[in-house]
Ligand binder design. Structure first.
Ligand SMILES: [Fe+2]
Length: 291
């Protein structure tokens, strides 16, 4: 087994490990520590069955079934299939997921803390995933902006990214927007947060999953989003994950910005995704009941 830091800013990479190696306590501890300290862990080329992937996920927390049932794995509801491939003429998963910079599910009140992807069928020439550390983004904010953003609240929404579905045909744009606000209420998070493991500060929010910074006027919002986009997308700081077959990629959702890049036409790509909830809260509850 070989372990290396991917860039000075983000990521730890493990090579030469199989499932049986990874579940050995001393190896698993290094992986968990890597996720906590480096935000992102890549295990190169590890063959996994869906059950083994779910098993690994359950060692980090509780795998959560994907909200849209038709995109769940036919046998394992915890796995969401991200794919542009078809079986017959039916899509086997969701295509074009996350093709903009974001932190996973920041538009919900309590986003699951970890995401895990397994590259089941992945081209190496396109369909890369780019990552940037939200801790590093915070560190690079100009001091005046750090002062302006301290104690600010970010208003998050999925509204900019919702897809028009067949039942929306006939709605006016205003009606559609009103419906979004009812079905997906905006949520608020502090704009600058502290990582619970490392104590490091990070920016929580992105243009595509945010409505605004509470109290900012439209010009201030635009200035903030433009600054943020520039910091996130700085190629000097971005890690581009070029997939190889069976890569396993795990990240902390709050401190990791990422984007899926386009897949070239005519090329199939399938990734199995598991979203992982924290179990700490429940463990605490159980302990309290025991006392
Ligand atoms: Fe994502």
């Amino acid at each position: 087994m070989n372990i290396t830091e991917i860039t000075p800013f983000i990521g730890l990479e493990l090579t030469g490990v199989g499932y049986d190696d990874l579940v050995r306590p001393e190896v698993w501890e290094q992986l968990v520590e890597g996720v906590r300290e480096r935000e992102l862990v890549v295990v190169r080329g590890i063959e996994l069955t869906p059950l083994q992937q779910i098993d690994l996920a359950s060692r980090l927390g509780r795998p959560v079934p994907f909200v849209i049932s038709k995109y769940r794995h036919p046998e394992f509801e915890e796995i969401m299939i991200s794919s542009n491939e078809k079986k017959g003429d039916k899509p086997i998963g969701v295509a074009r997921v996350g093709n903009f910079w974001h932190q996973d599910s920041s538009f919900v009140a309590e986003p699951a803390p970890f995401t895990m992807l397994h590259g089941v069928n992945v081209p190496s020439t396109s369909g890369h995933t780019k990552f940037a550390s939200a801790v590093d983004v915070y560190d690079r904010l100009p001091e005046e902006w750090k002062a302006r953003l301290a104690d600010r609240i970010g208003v998050h929404t999925v509204g900019k990214r919702l897809r028009i579905r067949p039942e929306h045909v006939g709605l006016s744009v205003a009606e559609f927007k009103a419906l979004i606000d009812v079905e997906h209420p905006k949520v608020e998070h502090p704009l600058v947060c502290k990582d619970e493991y490392t104590g490091r500060e990070y920016v929580y929010g992105s243009r595509e999953y945010m409505d605004s910074v509470a109290g900012f006027d439209p010009n201030e919002n635009e200035a903030f989003f433009t600054l943020l986009d520039g910091l996130i997308q700085d190629e000097e700081r971005v890690y581009t994950h070029r997939w190889t077959q069976n890569d396993l990629v795990i990240w902390k959702t709050r401190t990791t910005y990422h984007i899926a890049t386009e897949v070239e036409p005519g090329v199939g790509r399938t990734v199995h995704r598991v979203s992982i909830e924290a179990v700490d809260a429940e463990v605490q509850l159980v302990e309290e009941e025991v006392q």
